[in-house]
Design a protein around this ligand. Structure first.
Ligand code: NAD
Length: 362
């Protein structure tokens, strides 16, 4: 049976949920069990995704077998598939660059990153030796240089990229063109979770507009207790995430809201929440007779599996694109699966475009 060989840059909570999910669905009939948008894409089931290389910089992960590293501190993804097969993959030491925020040192060991002191590997060589086809980038928000370093390695080694981080590659015309010229698919940027705050907020923004209600003001506040939220306490690292999340909502409106009337972003780190992310959305508008309408919503999710349910499709779309000789950003996949695609679409339009791309999954 055909398989798609992937590499992971960052073995954090999202990678943990993805690796667990690959094994979870290996033993279950997709039609009878919740959680997948597609049983098959390009003929591939989730279990046909094989991790062949992994990079991290944390001393509790580097050098360890992947099936142990995904459960190492400070990962907080809930364990829903404890038994993992022997992968034969040892986590390689990546170049740290700007991957670890300085304030992590002020937080307890089991909550924060701790750098390993091993020399970094040559990422492009490891990718080439592993014969990886797709690299999934799961680095912390704000790792601008590190994400670009992995993107360069993909270009050098002939590897497609799924960029789950709000460092703009697919939505940057220069990077998009470099992947196109190299004949490599690129799906990004910043993964849009299965049913997360972004897609819910977008859908509600469209609902207001489609029903003739003027949206005057809105906010989306998010709290969580994983290292993604801890990392984003450093406000300088948060800027790209805020932009990605805000523009994702703005893109669904008929007329943009003034910056002062929209506030969307990660809001605080609450350690005891662990991987449970809670989003609070408020929308204020005017309906018939210009009379007020207010909406308040609280969404509670397990953050990391919520993203893995989308990444499992992005990986298989990257393989499909490779098979078909498509290169550069794959617009339909970027628009449906990512918050900051090069071409923003209404979600229903993006879903139809994605279905047209993946066909019946065969
Ligand atoms: N629902 C979601 O969880 C969701 C949604 C959208 C986007 N994302 C994004 O996905 C990314 C990963 O999220 P996560 O929750 O797994 O984060 P995480 O903090 O759990 O994992 C990041 C991992 O990257 C490692 N790392 C840091 N610098 C590195 C480097 N230079 N090279 C290799 N590894 C390095 C860290 O040690 C850690 O293991 C984040 O940017 C996050 O914002 C997540």
């Amino acid at each position: 049976m055909s398989r798609v060989r992937i590499a992971l840059a960052g073995v954090g909570s999202c990678a943990s949920a993805l690796v667990q999910g690959i094994e979870y669905y290996r033993h279950r009939d997709a039609a009878a069990h919740a959680g997948l948008m597609h049983a098959r894409i390009a003929g591939l089931a989730p279990a046909d995704v094989e991790v062949v290389a992994a990079f991290d910089v944390d001393r509790r992960k580097v050098g360890r077998p992947l099936e142990e590293a995904v459960f190492a501190a400070p990962n907080r993804a809930r364990v829903f598939q404890a038994k993992l097969p022997v992968s034969g993959v040892q986590v390689s030491m990546g170049p740290i660059l700007d991957g670890i925020a300085g304030h992590m040192a002020d937080h307890p060991e089991d909550e924060a990153f701790r750098a390993d002191s091993a020399p970094p590997v040559d990422v492009a060589s490891v990718l080439a030796e592993s014969r990886a086809e797709v690299l999934v980038c799961y680095l912390p928000v704000g790792s601008e240089r590190a994400v670009r370093h992995y993107a360069e390695a993909c270009l050098a080694a002939g590897v497609a990229m799924v960029n789950c981080v709000p460092v703009f590659l697919a939505s940057d015309p220069d990077w998009a063109e470099r992947f196109r010229a190299a004949g490599l698919p690129l799906i990004g940027d910043d993964v849009k979770s299965q049913v997360g705050a972004t897609i819910v907020h977008r859908a509600l923004a469209r609902l207001f507009a489609d029903r003739g209600v003027a949206l005057d003001r809105t906010y989306q506040l998010n709290t969580g207790g994983n290292t993604d939220f801890l990392n984003m306490l450093e406000r300088s690292r948060l800027a790209s995430k805020k932009r990605s999340k805000t523009e994702s909502v703005q893109s669904q409106l008929d007329a943009r809201l003034d910056d002062a009337d929209i506030h969307v972003g990660p809001s605080d780190y609450v350690s005891w929440q662990g991987d449970n992310k809670v989003a609070f959305i408020r929308m204020e508008g005017r309906g018939f007779g210009e009379l007020p309408i207010e909406l308040e919503l609280r969404l509670s999710v397990q953050d990391s599996p919520n993203s893995a349910g989308v990444v499992i499709d992005a990986i298989r779309c990257a393989r499909l694109a490779r098979q078909r000789g498509l290169a550069g950003p794959i617009d339909a996949a970027c628009a449906w699966l990512m918050k900051s695609p090069p071409v923003q679409m209404r979600d229903e339009e993006a879903r139809r475009a994605l279905e047209a791309l993946v066909g019946d999954g065969a």
